[in-house]
Design a binder for this molecule. Structure first.
Ligand code: ASP
Length: 720
C-alpha cells in the first residue's frame, strides 16, 4: 500500500513537468487569461491579451480570416490586400488558367486593380465575436439521458441560439463543441464574397519541391498567393460587382523585415481543423497498429499502380497528377505519425496520464465515484469499435478508390429522376444535363487500365481482411460464381460494364427511355455501387452508435482530468475555430547525428536544382536573379531567406496563418509541418514538432524582384 501511494505521488510529480515544458497548445483568443499571457510575455511577447482579441478595439484577430473555410489568410494593407498560401489559392489560380493564360505554370500578377480576377466560389470570414454559450446549449439536458436525446436537445438549442444571434444582421453564427461537449462557444462571423486574385508565383516557386518535399524540412517553397477583399461603398459585404471598392479592414499586419533568430518568440493565429490530443492509449494503439497501417497499405497499392502507368505515358501523368497528389499527401503524413509517436513514446505518455487519473480517483473513491468506471467503459467501447474499424475505414479508403464505381453511383440520381417523372420533365432533363457534364469531366481524366488494376488489388485486400458480413451482395455472389477467383470477377466487371465507355454512357444519356434505364439498372458496376452505398450506410450507422457513446465517455474523462488538475490550462482539440499558438524559432535533431537549422535560403533552392527532378526545376528568371545577386534589400548575410521553422503547435487548416513576432508583426506565412512532427495531432513534442513558414522577406523578394509587382509593396506597412 505504502509503495502504491509513493508511486502515485511520483507520477504526480513527473507528469505535470512533462505537461508544462513545451510550447504545446492551441488557445481560444477570448480565453487568454493572466496565466497564459504571462507565459507568452515571459517567452518574449511584447503585447497584451487585449491586443490579441477585444470586441471594441483593433486587434490581431481582426486581421485574420478563415479563407474559403479550409485555410487561413491575413490582411496586409488598409485596402483589403490579403495573403495566404499558394496551395490555398490553388483552385482560384487554376480556375483562371488555360493553355493561353497558364497562370499555374507562369504565375499571375494584376498590374492594376482592374486586372484583379474575381472568384465566384470564394469567401473569407472575419471573426467578430466569441461568446460562451455552454449553459444555453445544455438547457434541458438532464443526467442519464441517452446520447441521441442529448444530441437532439443540444442541436435544437444550437439552431435557436444561432438564429437569434444573427437575426436581422448579415452575420453568420457557428456554435462549436469543446472538450467533447463539456463547453460550447458561439463564433460570430462576417463573410465577404468578393475576393479577387491579385498575384501568385509560378507553381515552380509556389509549390517548389512538390510531392518530394511535402511534409519535409529543410524546405524551400514560396507557398504564397495574394488576394484582395472588396466591399460595397459602405464597407459592407456584397456579392461581386464592378462597383465594389477595396475593403477597409479594422486592422492589418505590419510586416517586419528584420528577420528571425533562434529563440525568437513566434505566434500563429489561424483556423486549425482537427486534433485528437486526449485519446486514450488504447485508442491511439488501435490507430497506430490497425487503422493507419491498413490505410497506408491500400494507398501504397494505389500509388504503385498509378505511378507505373504515369511513368510510361505523359498523357497519363498529366491526367493523374492531381489524383496522385491527393493520395500521397496523407499517405506520407500517416507514416510520419506512426514513427513520431513511437519516437517520443507517445503511448507510454498516455499510460502515465491514465495511471495518474486512476491514482487520483483512488485517493477519494466516494467523492470521485462518477469517474470510477470511465476508463474501463472507454476501453470497452474502443475494443468494440476495433472490430468495426477496418470495415469502416475500408468503406472510405477502398470504395472511394474505385473511380468507375463512384461514377456509376452518380447515375442513381438519373434513375430516380426518371421514376419521378411526375415531378416534371424539367427535373429529368436537368439531372441528365448535370450527369452529362460530370461524365465529360470523368472521362477527361480517366484511365480504365489503372482503375481495373486498382480494383483487382484492393478487392483482394478487402476480402482477405474483412469477414463476409461486410461484403456487398454482388461481391458475395461473385465469390461463389467465380469460386473465389477475384481476377475473373474483376475482368467480368470491367468487361461487362457500360460505364467504361464514354460513347455508351453518352448515348444512354441521350436515349433516356425505359430501355436505357433498364441497361443502367442491369449494369454490374451500377448494382455494385448501389449495394456498396447500402452497406456503407449500415456500417456507418453501427460505427456511429459506438462513437457517440465513446464521445460521451471522453466528455466525462476530460471533465475528470480538468477537475484533477484545476490549475492546469487544458486546451481544447482543434475544431475549425480560431486559435492562437505560440512558441519560438527552434532548430531540431530529427535523428541520430543529424541536426537541422531553423532557416533556408535561395542558395538551397539552387542546390536542389542540381538534382535532375521535375519537383526541383525553377523559372529561369529566378536563376538569373540568383546569378546576378539581384536581391534588393531582402537579404541576410548576403543571402535571401526562404523558409523557417518554429515550435508553434499547428495542424491542417493553419495553412496560410500569419506567423507573428513579439510585436505582432508579420514575419512569415505558415504552410506545413515537419515529417517527424506530424504526430502533433495526437501528441505534441517540443523536441520534434515544428511548423514550417515561408519567410515574409522571400515573399517580398518574389513580388518585387521576380514579378516586378513592387507597387503592391507600397501598399504594405514595412517595418525595418
Ligand atoms: N499543410 C497543412 C494545411 O494545408 C498544414 C499542416 O498540416 O501543418 O493546412
Amino acid at each position: 500500500m505504502m509503495k502504491k501511494n509513493l508511486y502515485i505521488l511520483l507520477i504526480f510529480l513527473i507528469v505535470p513537468l512533462t505537461d508544462l515544458r513545451s510550447d504545446e497548445g492551441m488557445w481560444l483568443p477570448s480565453l487568454i487569461g493572466e496565466l497564459r499571457i504571462g507565459d507568452m510575455q515571459e517567452k518574449g511577447f511584447r503585447l497584451s491579451a487585449e491586443d490579441i482579441y477585444h470586441i471594441n478595439q483593433a486587434t490581431i484577430t481582426d486581421a485574420v480570416v478563415s479563407f474559403g473555410g479550409f485555410c487561413t489568410g491575413e490582411l496586409i494593407s488598409g485596402e483589403g490586400l490579403l495573403i495566404t498560401n499558394h496551395h490555398c489559392g490553388l483552385e482560384s489560380i487554376q480556375s483562371h488558367s488555360s493553355l493561353d493564360n497558364n497562370y499555374l505554370d507562369n504565375g499571375f500578377w494584376a498590374m492594376n486593380r482592374e486586372e484583379e480576377l474575381p472568384n465566384p466560389e470564394l469567401y473569407v470570414r472575419f471573426l467578430r465575436e466569441i461568446q460562451e454559450v455552454t449553459d444555453e446549449v445544455l438547457k434541458g439536458v438532464e443526467d442519464g439521458i441517452s446520447e441521441d436525446v442529448r444530441e437532439q436537445i443540444t442541436n435544437k438549442n444550437i439552431r435557436r441560439l444561432q438564429d437569434s444571434a444573427t437575426d436581422g444582421t448579415q452575420r453568420k453564427a457557428v456554435i462549436k463543441s469543446f472538450y467533447y461537449g463539456n463547453e460550447y462557444y458561439m463564433f460570430l462571423y462576417e463573410e465577404y464574397n468578393d475576393v479577387r486574385l491579385v498575384g501568385a508565383p509560378p507553381k515552380s516557386i509556389g509549390d517548389f519541391g512538390g510531392d518530394t518535399d511535402n511534409w519535409i524540412w529543410p524546405r524551400h517553397t514560396g507557398d504564397f498567393s495574394i488576394f484582395r477583399i472588396y466591399a460595397d461603398t459602405a464597407n459592407n459585404p456584397a456579392p461581386y460587382s464592378p462597383e465594389n471598392v477595396p475593403y477597409q479592414p479594422g486592422n492589418f499586419f505590419p510586416i517586419s523585415v528584420s528577420g528571425v533568430d533562434t529563440g525568437d518568440f513566434t505566434m500563429v493565429c489561424g483556423f486549425p481543423g482537427n486534433t485528437d490530443q486526449y485519446l486514450l492509449s488504447t485508442e491511439l494503439e488501435m490507430i497506430l497498429g490497425k487503422s493507419l497501417p491498413s490505410k497506408i497499405r491500400i494507398r501504397t497499392e494505389r500509388m504503385e499502380v498509378m505511378k507505373k502507368q504515369m511513368d510510361k505515358s505523359d498523357e497519363i501523368r498529366i491526367k493523374y497528377a492531381a489524383k496522385y497528389d491527393r493520395v500521397t499527401n496523407s499517405w506520407k503524413k500517416w507514416q510520419g505519425v506512426i514513427k513520431g509517436i513511437d519516437k517520443v513514446e507517445g503511448i507510454s505518455r498516455k499510460h502515465d496520464t491514465e495511471e495518474k487519473f486512476t491514482g487520483w480517483i483512488d485517493q477519494d473513491p466516494d467523492g470521485r465515484k462518477q469517474y470510477a468506471d470511465v476508463l474501463d467503459s472507454l476501453k470497452y467501447l474502443i475494443n468494440l469499435e476495433s472490430d468495426l474499424i477496418l470495415a469502416y475505414e475500408y468503406q472510405r479508403e477502398i470504395l472511394a478508390a474505385f473511380e468507375i464505381l463512384n461514377f456509376a453511383g452518380e447515375f442513381m440520381d438519373v434513375v430516380e429522376a426518371f421514376h419521378s417523372l411526375e415531378a416534371g420533365e424539367y427535373y429529368l432533363e436537368y439531372t441528365v444535363d448535370e450527369t452529362r457534364e460530370l461524365a465529360n469531366d470523368f472521362f477527361k481524366d480517366y484511365t480504365l487500365s489503372i482503375d481495373r488494376e486498382i480494383f483487382r488489388r484492393l478487392v483482394r485486400i478487402y476480402t482477405e481482411d474483412l469477414p463476409e458480413v461486410y461484403y456487398p451482395l454482388p461481391l458475395k455472389k461473385a465469390m461463389q460464381k467465380f469460386k473465389g477467383d477475384l481476377d475473373r470477377y474483376t475482368d467480368y466487371l470491367f468487361d461487362k460494364t457500360l460505364f467504361s465507355s464514354s460513347i455508351q454512357v453518352m448515348s444512354l444519356l441521350d436515349e433516356m427511355d425505359k430501355a436505357a434505364i433498364k441497361k443502367i439498372k442491369n449494369d454490374p458496376v451500377y448494382s455494385l455501387a448501389l449495394a456498396c452505398e447500402d452497406l456503407s450506410g449500415q456500417i456507418r450507422h453501427s460505427y456511429r452508435s459506438i462513437t457517440d457513446r465513446k464521445d460521451a465517455s471522453y466528455r466525462l474523462y476530460i471533465e475528470g482530468l480538468r477537475v484533477m488538475e484545476p490549475d492546469r490550462d487544458f486546451y481544447a482539440d482543434a475544431n475549425g475555430s480560431m486559435r492562437i499558438a505560440y512558441g519560438e524559432i527552434l532548430e531540431y535533431r530529427p535523428r541520430d547525428a543529424v541536426s537541422f537549422g531553423y532557416s533556408t535560403t535561395l542558395d538551397g533552392i539552387i542546390e536542389k536544382t542540381y538534382l535532375p527532378m521535375e519537383d526541383y526545376s525553377i523559372p529561369e528568371k529566378l536563376t538569373d536573379l540568383f546569378n546576378q545577386k539581384d536581391y534588393g534589400p531582402y537579404t541576410v548575410n548576403g543571402k535571401v531567406p526562404v523558409c523557417f521553422i518554429a515550435s508553434n503547435h499547428t495542424t491542417g487548416g493553419n495553412s496560410g496563418s500569419p506567423v507573428l513576432n513579439a510585436d505582432g508583426q508579420l514575419i512569415g506565412i505558415n504552410f506545413d509541418r515537419n515529417w517527424e512532427g506530424t504526430m502533433s495531432d495526437y501528441v505534441y513534442d517540443l523536441n520534434q514538432c515544428r511548423n514550417i513558414a515561408v519567410d515574409i522577406r522571400y515573399v517580398l523578394f518574389i513580388v518585387d524582384r521576380f514579378a516586378g509587382a513592387g507597387y503592391l509593396i507600397d501598399e504594405m506597412k514595412i517595418i525595418q
